[in-house]
Design a protein around this ligand. Structure first.
Ligand code: ATP
Length: 521
């Protein structure tokens, strides 16, 4: 396995473009920063991950911590909601990232992403760079003949503003050009209807979660669910990111897979630990190596004020290695969101609905335990607490691409392979006649017609066989079935394995079962 440090992102991005995974959006007009289009194979890869998440979360969710099946239902809420949603959720006032400008390069950076080489024994200057890309700082240091061995790396946010005059910005040549960090609202706005004015300003959602909270009561009233249960949603989100970068890692339009799990307040810690462990295990089912995946607990200084715990699932991307970057966050959100959107006359809230829950089972249990009537009343109606596993679907696409990307300099034909786990590969098998004559195409076409009713397979009779294999390797197709001279006499075909290059012969009648078994793994 190639280590993340040895994978070159420029080569991966070029492969993604060349083989139809990801293209820059509106490329023929020069592109648009932070936006990407998914080509036919990228769309297939994304859909495979999306469908697996939906299957594991909504259709066949795991068994819960008490041995009972977990109940989760799906939702598809609108991207644009009443703007009051975002006022009450805290996004309009608070969804801000600290940001710094550089007066020399005219570039703008998220301050929490700027790292600084700071001398251990104080002496000017300091060299800044964007997390994961220290090259500009190293170049600046080299120009000044400074050895960075005596420097430590700290976040820009750890430095006092007075120290900024000694910092050379990531794209600058002289010190003191970074401004003080300022807040920047990340929501993209839009104006539904014919009038374009402040009074009908609305927002493209920055997360799918709030649509779930707004529908908590609808789902409760219309579905046969009781707390604890979850509502899951997959869809587009938009954030006006200050510095979109690292390919599709941080873009301005992206997709999320989020689930809000509503539970009784006194069970919330148990469910938090359950979802933290389940979500980590889920990423391993995608074929991600455990070595490249960690759980990182948020420190108290990172937690949102309403959150009592949060843990990130982090992946060792080639651009963060040897460090890790976020892939999913599992947050204990307490009763913050449901309370924020709940009817509340005293505080003059806009919502006309109470978002609390009457727990009939708890009421009966407390009655049987002989608990006092007033206490039963107080305890059986509550605002559920929420555990939220929130991940990026497009970021998951990047993780699988990074994980699968393997340079193969010694292999004839393909310089790279994408070694996806077969279940997630966009194309599951290539079917080739060795030569385009002698009865081989007919047999190959028959096999293709049989398999294509069930799986995404490709028939290819053109070019030399080595070239056909090379293309399949580069798009990550795990198996190729080749019909050759022997097939016509003994009815067997060659199966070639993408990763090992091993070839074995399988009877034509067994090809379908062979593929089914591999894809079920
Ligand atoms: P970050 O700190 O990286 O900005 P976040 O903590 O704000 O991320 P969340 O609000 O928790 O992210 O969103 C949940 C998930 O959505 C993230 O773990 C990530 O996978 C994905 N995500 C968030 N922002 C982006 C983005 N700009 N581009 C692609 N995916 C994103």
């Amino acid at each position: 396995m190639t280590a993340p440090e040895e994978k070159n992102m420029d080569e991966l991005v070029a492969l993604c473009k060349r083989r139809g995974f990801v293209y820059p959006a509106s490329e023929i007009y020069g592109g648009l920063r932070g936006f990407w289009d998914y080509g036919p194979l990228g769309t297939a890869l994304k859909n495979n991950i999306r469908d697996w998440w939906w299957k594991c979360m909504v259709e066949c969710p795991p068994i819960g911590p008490d041995g009972e099946p977990v109940s989760i239902v799906g939702l598809d809420s609108a991207i644009i909601q009443n703007p009051k949603t975002w006022q009450h959720s805290g996004h309009v006032g608070g969804f801000n990232d600290p940001m710094v400008d550089c007066t020399e390069s005219k570039k703008r950076y998220r301050a929490d992403h700027v790292m600084v080489y700071k001398p251990i024994v104080p002496a000017p200057p300091m060299f800044a760079f964007l997390e994961g890309d220290p090259k500009p700082a190293e170049k600046n240091a080299k120009k000044q003949k400074i050895d960075l061995a005596n420097y430590e790396i700290v976040s820009l946010l750890e430095l006092a503003h007075e120290q900024y005059e000694r910092i050379i910005g990531p794209d600058a040549t002289k010190p003191g050009t970074l401004t003080e960090p300022r807040a920047f609202n990340l929501m993209l706005d839009t104006y539904p209807g014919p009038i374009r004015g402040e009074e009908n300003k609305a927002y493209l959602r920055p997360e799918t979660a709030q649509g779930i909270f707004l529908n908590f009561k609808n789902v409760l009233d219309t579905m046969r669910v009781k707390v604890p249960f979850g509502i899951a949603q997959i869809g587009k989100s938009f954030r006006n990111e200050v510095t979109p970068r690292n390919f599709i890692f941080r873009s301005r339009e992206f997709e999320q897979m989020e689930m809000e799990f509503f539970c009784p307040p006194d069970e919330s810690q148990k469910w938090y630990e359950f979802w933290r462990d389940e979500r980590y295990k889920w990423w391993l089912t995608l074929g991600v190596d455990e070595k490249n995946l960690i759980l990182r607990d948020h420190g108290d200084d990172e937690l949102a004020h309403y959150s009592s715990a949060c843990v990130d699932v982090e992946y060792k991307y080639p651009f963060t290695a040897p460090g890790y970057g976020e892939l999913e966050g599992v947050a204990h959100r307490g009763c913050y969101d449901l309370t924020a959107h709940s009817k509340d006359k005293q505080n003059n809230k806009d919502s006309n609905t109470r978002l609390d829950y009457f727990d009939q089972e708890l009421q009966v249990r407390l009655q049987n335990e002989g608990v006092d009537k007033d206490e039963i009343k107080a305890r059986s109606r509550y605002v559920p607490h929420v555990i939220e596993p929130a991940s990026g679907l497009t970021r998951a696409v990047l993780v699988l691409l990074c994980e699968a990307f393997t340079p193969t300099p010694d292999r004839q034909g393909s310089k790279y392979i994408l070694s996806f786990k077969p279940k997630f590969a966009p194309v599951k098998a290539g079917i080739f006649p060795l030569v385009n004559k002698d009865g081989m195409p007919e047999v190959a076409m028959k096999l293709y017609n049989q398999l294509r009713t069930k799986h995404v397979v490709e028939y290819d009779a053109k070019a030399a066989i080595g070239k056909r294999y090379a293309r399949m390797d580069e798009i990550g197709t795990p198996f190729c079935f080749t019909i050759d001279g022997d097939t016509l006499t003994d009815q067997t075909v060659t199966v070639r394995d993408r990763d090992t290059l091993a070839q074995e012969r399988v009877h034509l009648d067994k090809v379908e079962a062979f593929l089914d078994a591999k894809l079920a793994e």
